[in-house]
Design a protein around this ligand. Sequence first.
Ligand code: TYD
Length: 211
Amino acid sequence: MGDKVGRFITLEGGDGSGKSSQAKALGDFLESMGKEVVLTREPGGSPGADEIRKLILTGDPERWDGLEETLLFYTARVNHLRLTVKPALARGAWVISDRFADSTMAYQGYGNQLGVETVRKIHDVAVGTFEPDLTFILDLDVETGLARTEGRGHDEDRFERMKLAFHERMRQGFLEIARQNPDRCQVVDASQSIDDIQMELRSYLKGRFFS
Ligand code: TYD
């Protein structure tokens, strides 16, 4: 039945949760199942969105406030959907995106405290009812995740504590999103080894789409 229809799979989670290596390995798996795979990421994934990525992720940390940042993420997202994701799905490819809309809800909505309602309204206007077929949320203890990205933690200065609080809100945000979308979201324990996580993702995918 589903052979000609593409699927949209997103990987979400905090910094250091290992999403990008999992996305690549999942792509290899789907290709071995004979699927065309498009690996992509946000912010980015189309030429315009990649330019916006640079605007968001470089420069003075104060140059965008939470709302401005969210609008930029969504401008990039709409462009990415229009030029990359939707055309690939239409020709039957499986699209795997390293981050998508749940990241904005978790980072800007919960982490930056812009608020769930504001992000939801922007989402509804920009994206509407389109959503991933499946979202893996790689859940990891915040300190472990930060230590993985930074090499070592410096938990004692104020900035780091603010960072921890931000990341903790963001983690809880992802878990709340998973609770509210149980059919779409699968939470995965990202403290496991890379291979064990990949085995879990593949076995979930097999059960969901190939059985
Ligand atoms: P990136 O270098 O891609 O980080 P990662 O490997 O952790 O995905 O940078 C993306 C950063 O942008 C990351 O810290 C998460 C953040 N982000 C948001 O805050 N909101 C969003 O909507 C998206 C897509 C990403």
